[in-house]
Ligand binder design. Structure first.
Ligand code: CP
Ligand code: NVA
Length: 298
């Protein structure tokens, strides 16, 4: 594979291999040993949106593997065409990662770059996040196949990558969203057609969450939607992951890609509860991305 744009592009075996490599590299890292496979290599990191986890974990991963990462913030394609940036950066670096508004920007980078391109979140999807999430679930529950993730909230970029990943990895994703905020039908149909796993959309929390192994949520207001905040907060009433929701599946692991807006999509009590694995998820961004960078850039 040249690029990492969306989980839909990979086979079940390829996704599982990346998870195995993440686990192996995590063990090596925890034992204090280093793998310097990216010595002398540079990653360009292009950001149109803010970030804590993605920026930090990619930069730490590159440094840890012996390489170097350079951060560029601003509109991609503002000063010069995306296709020109892709070719210029291909002459300087061994990889490009990008966080964009339009998913098309990442596709265009991948079409014109001769080096690997990594999707570090677009309005369409967030595949690095979903892979770190699957790694976390595997660590806590010992397997993936046959498990159910109940996603409560906005059918957004994170939901879409979870849907494709679940479908490939033999898991079930149930989504609970208010009317008008469901995951789009085309993505659901695309995921269902994979057949190994399944995706089901509901408009009430109970139907999605009962008996789930994992309860997952994300912000009601994604980056770029700040102007819609007042309306969204009203429309998402009743879709908060709190102790009442946990009663439907008291042993479920609670996940959130972060940043979390406590008091909105998740209560502080649940975010801090023994069910919560949100900081393991955040740490696993580093371990998955080290595997991804090793695979794509070395
Ligand atoms: N979860 C995630 O991608 O976090 P950042 O926006 O901080 O990178
Ligand atoms: N859905 C969120 C995810 C943040 C990591 C957003 O796009 O802002």
């Amino acid at each position: 594979m040249k690029d990492f744009l969306e989980l839909y592009d990979f086979s079940t075996d390829e996704l599982n291999e990346m998870l195995v490599l993440s686990t192996d590299l995590k063990k090596l890292y925890k034992s204090g040993k280093r793998d310097l496979c990216l010595a002398g290599k540079t990653l360009a990191m292009l950001f149109e949106k803010p970030s804590l986890r993605t920026r930090m974990s990619f930069e730490v991963a590159m440094t840890d593997l012996g390489g170097n990462a350079i951060y560029l913030k601003g509109p991609i394609g503002g000063r010069e065409p995306v296709k020109d940036m892709a070719r210029v950066l291909s002459g300087y670096t061994q990889g490009i990662m990008a966080r964009t508004f339009a998913h098309q920007t990442i596709i265009e980078l991948s079409e014109y770059a001769s080096v690997p391109v990594i999707n570090a979140l677009s309005d369409y999807s967030h595949p690095c996040q979903a892979m770190a999430d699957f790694l976390t679930i595997q660590e806590h529950l010992g397997k993936l196949k046959g498990l159910t993730i109940a996603y409560v909230g906005d059918g957004n970029n994170v939901t879409r990558s979870l849907a494709f990943g679940c479908a490939k990895l033999g898991m079930k994703l149930t989504v609970a969203s208010p009317k008008g905020y469901e995951l789009d039908t085309a993505s659901i149909e695309k995921a269902i057609a994979i057949r190994a796993g399944s995706v089901e959309q509901f408009n009430d929390v109970a139907s999605a969450v009962k008996g789930a192994d994992v309860i997952y949520t994300d912000t009601w207001v994604s980056m770029g939607q700040e102007d819609e905040k007042a309306k969204r907060v009203k429309d998402f009433e009743g879709f908060q992951v709190n102790s009442d929701v946990l009663k439907y599946s008291p042993d479920a692991k609670v996940m959130h890609c972060l940043p979390a807006y406590r008091g909105y999509e998740i209560s502080d009590e649940v975010a801090e509860s023994k069910n919560s694995v949100i900081f393991d998820q955040a740490e696993n961004r580093l371990h998955f991305q080290r595997a991804l960078l090793k695979k794509l850039l070395s």
